[in-house]
Design a protein around this ligand. Structure first.
Ligand SMILES: [Zn+2]
Length: 125
C-alpha cells in the first residue's frame, strides 16, 4: 500500500488524489495543505493556483509555481499543528544545488462557499 506524497501514511487514492483530480473538496485546512504539498510534488501548478484564495491569486503565477515545484526535490511534509483555519508545517526539500532546505510556514486558510482556500502564510527562518 503506497504512502501518499504528503506522507500521511494513507494511500494516495484515499488521501490527496480525490482533491487533486477534483472529485472531492478538502474538508479541513490540513487536508487542503496536504493536497497542496502533493501538488508541488506532482508539479500541478493549476491546482495550486485554483486553491489559492481569489483575492491573493494575483500574487502567484502559474509559470513561477511550476518552476519552483520543478527546481526542488520534495522530500517530506511534517504538519506541526492544525487548528481552526491555521496549519503550521515544515516541508523538506533539496534545492537545485541539492542542498537540504526546510520551508517552515504557518498558513492561514479561508472558507468561501463551503470551499477552503489557502490565504497567506508567515514564514520562519
Ligand atoms: Zn496526501
Amino acid at each position: 500500500m503506497e504512502n501518499c506524497y504528503c506522507k500521511s501514511g494513507k494511500p494516495f487514492k484515499n488521501c490527496c488524489e480525490p482533491f487533486l483530480n477534483k472529485t472531492a473538496f478538502p474538508k479541513t485546512p490540513e487536508q487542503l495543505m496536504r493536497s497542496r504539498y502533493s501538488a508541488y510534488v506532482l508539479h500541478d501548478a493549476d491546482y495550486l493556483v485554483a486553491t489559492t484564495h481569489i483575492s491573493e491569486r494575483k500574487y502567484y503565477s502559474n509559470a513561477e509555481i511550476l518552476k519552483w515545484s520543478k527546481s526542488n526535490t520534495w522530500l517530506k511534509l511534517e504538519v506541526i499543528e492544525a487548528y481552526e483555519n491555521i496549519v503550521e508545517f515544515k516541508a523538506y526539500y533539496l534545492n537545485e544545488k541539492q542542498e537540504a532546505q526546510v520551508h517552515h510556514e504557518k498558513s492561514t486558510f479561508k472558507k468561501e462557499d463551503k470551499v477552503w482556500y489557502y490565504f497567506d502564510g508567515v514564514f520562519f527562518a
